[in-house]
Structures are given as structure tokens and as C-alpha cells.
Design a protein around this ligand. Structure first.
Ligand SMILES: *[C@@H]1O[C@H](CO)[C@@H](O)[C@H](O)[C@H]1NC(C)=O
Ligand SMILES: *[C@@H]1O[C@H](CO)[C@@H](O)[C@H](O)[C@H]1NC(C)=O
Length: 124
């Protein structure tokens, strides 16, 4: 499968309200995942800062997610070797990533394991 073919797929997901299980998802709402240049995925949300105000913030997953031999892991530049991503309402991102033998592998990661909220700013 050609990487650029699945990078061109359009992906938009809107989560109404907070996810139940973690820090970033507890402290943020209106979480939206959208396609960004280079196959990156941008996570946008409104997150609580220290004064309990909701602040608009976003982050590109290429600065948070990597590909370790076909598995999504905390790291960098996942989109160079992953694509065909989908996000689930429980906050899990699923993608197809190439392993070191150039085979496509299905892989999942909980976004809360890689993204946090620091004073109203998404970070990793
Ligand atoms: C990996 O596979 C793609 C197409 O499936 C091919 O274009 C590319 O050259 C391959 N890369 C390596 C390192 O084998
Ligand atoms: C939190 O966000 C509000 C609204 O943008 C801002 O007025 C306030 O100064 C922020 N608080 C902190 C601690 O940054």
C-alpha cells in the first residue's frame, strides 16, 4: 500500500465533552482530531488552565507520536511511516504503521498516554 494514498484520507472526529479516563481528557473538552499537512493529525481542544478557564489549544501528533517497528509509541514523526488512522470515542488512536520489514501493521495507542494538559496547553 502506498503511504501517500492513505495519507490523503480525510479524518475529522469531534468528541463532545470530556473522555472519562485521564488527565488530558478530563481537563479538556471539544476535542477534535483533523488532518494536517504531511499526514500529521492535529488535536484541538479547550482545556482548563490554572484559573479554571477553558483555553483553546492544539498540538500536532507528529511531535508526540512515533513508530517503533510497526507500533505507535510516544516519540516523533509517526506520519512518515503510518497512515490510515482512525480515532475511537474512548480516546484511542488506531493507525497502520510500517515495521522494519516494510510490512503494514495495525496498531493502537491511548492518546492520554502521550498527550497532557499543562495550564491550558496541550503538550507531550
Ligand atoms: C516499502 O514498500 C513501498 C510500497 O509498498 C515501496 O515503495 C518502498 O520502496 C518499500 N521500502 C523499502 C525500504 O523496502
Ligand atoms: C486562564 O485563561 C484565562 C482566559 O484566557 C486568562 O484570563 C487567565 O489569565 C489564565 N490563567 C492563567 C493562570 O494563565
Amino acid at each position: 500500500m502506498l503511504l501517500h494514498a492513505y495519507l490523503s484520507l480525510f479524518l475529522v472526529l469531534v468528541f463532545q465533552g470530556a473522555w472519562a479516563f485521564s488527565d488530558f481528557s478530563k481537563a479538556c473538552m471539544k476535542i477534535i482530531l483533523s488532518n494536517a499537512p504531511g499526514g500529521d493529525i492535529r488535536v484541538s481542544a479547550k482545556c482548563l488552565n490554572r484559573s479554571a478557564s477553558l483555553v483553546e489549544t492544539s498540538i500536532g501528533l507528529n511531535s508526540c507520536l512515533g513508530n517503533d517497528n510497526g507500533a505507535l509509541v510516544p516519540g516523533k514523526s509517526f506520519s512518515q511511516s503510518c497512515g490510515n488512522c482512525d480515532a475511537r470515542a474512548d480516546g484511542v488512536l488506531a493507525c497502520e504503521c510500517k515495521n522494519r520489514d516494510n510490512e503494514t501493521r495495525f496498531t493502537l495507542i491511548k492518546l492520554d498516554n502521550v498527550i497532557g494538559n499543562i495550564d491550558g496547553r496541550l503538550s507531550c
